[in-house]
Design a protein around this ligand. Structure first.
Ligand code: FAD
Length: 311
């Protein structure tokens, strides 16, 4: 039988690594499972990060994540680059199975599995992430000053991204597959009244074009006529939704209607004692590295207090 750990963390993004740092410094010897193929989380898919405090000249996303990991390891956090494929979180001792079938036991579990941006599924989309293709106006809008940009999507997030981007961009074209938007009326009105924003309805991106490793335009297709046309843009923001990585926890933890883990805000306590959740797997609203790191710290402190009270 494996030893019973004080804290096991699932997820290697800013939330997981910060939870590891805090619980390691609290002498809880955390064990973190950080995925077999996606170690370091979402920021490893981008280039420059300019809004994480402490880096006046910006920092490369993968470098920031390696530093977070090294800082947690320095205080004794143990990292395993593997997936947790099954959990039983309902008992006093939590059971977590890795991909080799080994069952790990823990008194507390911190869930920091993040959420994935939905993708268009087009060639070059991933390769040009951080090179003209983005999923986050708050993160990347600043890099697109005086550029012509496309926002794909028709919901509130797409309208919010489009409106936010008008602060930087020369023009923003919202591309939506249908003839009407899904966004709330107030968000639609705001976008319609902005003279930098125009709309391409009944349209989708047929092709992403690249020159010298950077986005160099897109081909738009009219979904009704199948006619195509080139659009000369250097920014493509994809705002078609997110999927929290909570498949593992269904049926055990309370999730909201969109599948995010529900916590007793402002704490990180979930519906099960001894189980805490942090970062984008909880957060519909902010979805930033700094907010994920902040709730990761809170989860470690919540776990520490739970362990102290448990005795
Ligand atoms: P994530 O970073 O998503 O990490 C979760 C990790 O958990 C992943 O590695 C995942 O594989 C792993 N995992 C999931 N399930 C399991 C499992 N069963 N077993 C083991 N591991 C598992 N934010 C900013 O503040 N500034 C920016 O400039 C910025 N730029 C961005 C650019 C891009 C392209 C993207 C995609 C996001 C960007 N963000 C930015 C947002 C930021 O990356 C996220 O808000 C943040 O990473 C969320 O952290 P997290 O720890 O909650 O989850």
């Amino acid at each position: 039988m494996s030893e019973i750990r004080e804290v096991v963390i699932i997820g290697s993004g800013p939330a997981g690594y910060t939870a590891a740092l805090y619980s390691a410094r609290a002498q809880l010897k955390p064990l973190l499972f950080g995925s077999s193929i996606f170690v370091g989380g979402s920021l490893t898919t981008t280039t420059e990060v300019e809004n994480f405090p402490g880096f006046p000249d910006g920092v490369d996303g993968p470098v920031l994540m390696e530093n977070m990991r090294a800082q947690a390891e320095k205080f004794g956090a143990e990292m395993i680059d593997d997936d947790i494929v099954e959990v039983d979180l309902t008992g006093d001792i939590k059971l977590l199975t890795d991909s080799a079938g080994t069952v790990h036991r823990a008194k507390t579990v911190i869930i920091a599995t993040g959420s994935g941006y939905r993708k268009l599924g087009l060639p070059k989309e991933d390769e040009l992430s951080g090179r003209g293709v983005s999923w986050c106006a708050t993160c990347d809008g600043f890099f697109f000053r005086d550029r012509d940009i496309i926002v794909v999507g028709g919901g509130d997030t797409a309208m919010e991204e489009a409106t936010c981007l008008t602060r930087f961009a020369r023009s923003v074209t919202v591309v939506h597959r249908r003839s009407t938007l899904r966004a709330s009326k107030v968000m639609q009105d705001r976008a319609f009244s902005d003279n930098k924003i125009s709309f391409a309805f009944d349209s989708e991106i047929a092709e992403i074009k690249e020159t010298n490793g950077m986005l160099a335009g897109v081909v738009l297709r009219d979904v009704l006529t199948c006619a195509t046309r080139d659009l000369d843009v250097t920014g493509l923001f994809i705002a078609i939704g997110h999927d929290p990585r909570t498949e593992l926890f269904k049926g055990q933890l309370a999730l909201d209607t969109d599948g995010y883990v529900t916590v007793a805000s402002p704490t990180t306590r979930t519906s099960l004692p001894g189980v805490f959740a942090a970062g984008d797997v909880v957060d519909h609203t902010y979805r930033q590295a700094i907010t994920a790191a902040g709730t990761g710290a809170a989860a470690a402190l919540d776990a520490e207090r739970y362990l102290a009270a448990r005795g």
